[in-house]
Unconditional design. Sequence first.
Length: 459
Amino acid sequence: MAGVTEFNFITNFTESDKYREEIHKLIPGGGHTYSKGDDQFPVRSPAAIVKGEGAHVWDLDGNKYVDCSMGLSSVSLGHAYKPVVDAVKEQLDLGSNFQRPASIERDVAKLFLDLVPQHDRIKFSKNGSTCTTAAMKLARAYTGRKYVVRPHNHPFYSYDDWFIGTTPCDNGIPQEIKDLTLTFDSMKPDTLRDLVKKYPNQIAGLITEPDAIADNEYTKEYVAECMQEIIVICKEAGIVCIIDEMVSGFRSGFPGAISVYGHQADICCWGKSIGTGFSFCAMTGKAEIFDLGGIKKVYRKDGTEHPRVFLTSTTHGGETHALAAVKAVIKEYKEKNVIKHLHSNVKLCHEGWIKAVKEAGLEKHIEIRGQTWFTLAIFKDKEGNASSPYRTLFLQEMIKRGVLFQGVFLGCFSHTPEDVQYIVAAFKDCLSVYEDALAKGAEHYLVGPAAQAVFRKWN
C-alpha cells in the first residue's frame, strides 16, 4: 500500500446503524468492555466486527479496515493467526474443561515461569481484573496491612471496588472501601515516600505499570529510574510490589518490561497479548507469598502458621484451548523474533506521524507520543488544549479512509510495512481536514457527538 494518494472512502454504515439501534436494548453499554462502546467512537464507524484476518477486520457492512489497536492490544500476532488457530483446533478435539486440572496446565505453567525466572508460582485466569485484585488480596494477607496504592496518573487496573472507587464511576462502592486505596504519582516517587510517612507500616501492596507513560516530558530512562525507585521504596517499607504487565507484556519485551529493565517485583500480572486474542491472563510471583493461596500449610519465619488465603478459583481459568493458544504464541515469539518486528513497525508509524504533522505545521495541535511498543496522538483545539471533539473528528476521518483508529497504534506481527505506510498515508491525508476544522470549528466536520471519557458520570 506504499505511495497511496487516493482512498476508497467508506460511507456505508447501514447495518452498523441498525446494530447500534438494537444492541443497547440487549446489553448494557452495548458491549462487554467499556472501551469498545459506542461512546468511544464517532457515529460514522463500525458498530461491530464480523471477522478479522491478520492485520485487517471487516464490519457488518463488508467494509475492510487496517486495525490499529488489535483487540485493545490483546491480538499480538494477528487475527485468526493460523499456527495458533491450528493449535486451538487440535486441542478442542481433546476437550476444553474437566473435573480435574488438565495436563496442559503443567506444560504452560513451566513454559511461562521459564520466561519469568524471578518468580516461582503462577495462577491462570480469564481476565486482568481477577489477577490484579487477587494480587492486592495476597499483599494484604502477607503483610497483615489494609491500605493499597495505585498511581493516579495511570488509566486502569481493575473493575473491582479497590480501583473503581478511586474513579468518577464510584457508584455502588461504600466510602469505607474507597478510603482503603491511596494514590500517588508514578513519575514523582517522592509522592510515594510521603504516603509511606503518612501511613507507616499500614500499606500492604502497590501496583504500577513499568512502561506505560507516554509523555514527551519524560525520557524512557527517567521512567525506568522512577520505576526502580518505587521498587526500592516498597522494599524498604515492606510493601508488596505488584507490576502490571497486562498491556506491556509480550510487547515492551519478551515476556515484558521487566525483562527489558530488569525490575524485580514480588508479583506480576499478565494478559492481553499472550493469548493473541484468546482469553488468558496470569499472575506470577514469589513462592513465599503465593503459597498462602495453596492447600498446604505455610509458616512464618518465627514458626507461626500463616492463615490461608482463598486466592482465585475460576472454573474457566485453565480452559485448555486458551492454554494451547498460549503455547503456540510463545513458540512463535521464540522462533520469529516477534518483538523486533512489533517495535520496527511502531517506529515506522511513529516517525511517519511526526513527519506528517511537522510538514503540515500542526505541531501545536497534534502531539505524537510513544514508547518502543506503541505510539499515540494527542489531538488539540485551536488554543492548544486536548480536545475530544477534534480527536473524534480525526477518528472519523481515519475510519473513513479504512483505518480502524482510536488514536493509538499498537500493531501485531501480521502488520506489514506496507500496512503501516497505509496508516501513515491516511493520517497525513486527514491533516487537511483537521486544519480546516481548526479554522472553522470541529462541529462543521464532525458527524454526531464527540467521544467521551470511559470514567465519567452520566452525560
